[in-house]
Ligand binder design. Structure first.
Ligand SMILES: NC(=O)c1ccc[n+]([C@@H]2O[C@H](COP(=O)([O-])OP(=O)(O)OC[C@H]3O[C@@H](n4cnc5c(N)ncnc54)[C@H](OP(=O)(O)O)[C@@H]3O)[C@@H](O)[C@H]2O)c1
Length: 254
């Protein structure tokens, strides 16, 4: 898979799945745009990307819940690289809580996991139409079934919304030669649990349960999820659009 001269924007590139995807795209000679809030982590990943093929990435510090920050990502990308070929909508947060925990969690989950994806994709569309590019949304198995053991109601709803967004926009843009797909991971070892406010103990318990109960008796690594993102973004997946790909060691089966 060769991404030479292709410009790939990855949100949430400062950590976990997004960071792994950024490095993998850079290894395939892509010009990567790394988006996140934590500048120190972004610069660390930028160095790893540069080390891959010597191509200097663009880093954009942006809080995706802020529309002006989102617009800045496109202004800076076009000023710097002049085009956009792939948008990876990966940034997201797990919001813990159930129906008894108030509606604010719902607002925050939608504001972080759904609204920015809508705005980012709409701003990217004219450039993607020009480049016949594509979008990858990072969803979750939580879009397809409730998370066991921990209440994650608003998070599950936000990812379900994302999956329908994938299908609707895939249909809308197919005539323009733009593909839109989704990767739906099961539990993956990243900073996700900590960012969702889970204690070390709770996180270890969750990992242990997935390691033991997933039919394949393990969890996926960020790099494996990144591999799937890369494949879907590549020309090898030229006939795939509107699809949601689960990568979960069989978690959905039990
Ligand atoms: N890990 C799992 O078990 C799992 C399972 C299924 C789906 N997913 C999905 O995978 C995606 C990546 O998560 P991860 O597991 O890699 O977790 P992670 O290590 O916590 O990474 C999350 C990334 O999202 C960014 N982010 C969060 N809120 C943001 C905001 N308001 N503005 C800009 N960036 C923001 C973070 O950037 P900063 O740290 O720089 O703020 C970070 O780079 C998420 O969409 C998540 O829902 C994860």
């Amino acid at each position: 898979m060769d991404f030479s001269n292709k410009v790939v924007i990855i949100t949430g590139a400062s950590s976990g799945i997004g960071a792994a995807a950024a490095v993998l795209f850079a290894k395939q000679s892509a010009k990567v745009v790394l988006v996140g809030r934590n500048e120190t982590k972004l610069l660390d990943i930028a160095k790893k990307c540069k080390d891959a093929k010597g191509i200097e990435p663009l880093t954009v510090r942006a809080d995706l819940t802020n529309d002006e920050d989102v617009k800045k990502i496109f202004d800076e990308t076009i000023k710097h690289f002049g085009r956009i070929d792939v948008l990876v909508n990966n940034a997201g947060i797990g919001f813990r809580g159930g129906i008894r925990d108030g509606v604010e969690i719902y607002d925050r989950a939608m504001a972080t996991n759904v609204r920015p994806v809508y705005l980012l994709t709409s701003l990217a569309t004219p450039y993607l139409v020009q480049s016949k590019g594509n979008v990858i949304n990072v969803s979750s198995v939580a879009a397809l079934k409730p998370i066991k053991d921990v209440a994650f109601l608003a998070y599950c709803m936000s990812k379900a919304a994302l999956d329908q967004f994938t299908r609707c926009v895939a249909l809308e843009l197919a005539g323009d030669g733009v593909r839109v797909n989704s990767v739906n991971p099961g539990a993956t070892k990243t900073n996700f649990a900590e960012a969702a406010g889970m204690s070390k103990e709770q996180t270890e318990k969750l990992y242990e349960s997935r390691d033991q109960n997933n039919p394949l008796r393990k969890m996926a690594k960020s790099e494996e999820v990144a591999d799937l993102i890369l494949y879907l973004a590549s020309d090898r997946a030229a006939s795939i659009t509107g699809a949601t790909f689960v990568i979960d060691n069989g978690e959905m089966l039990v």
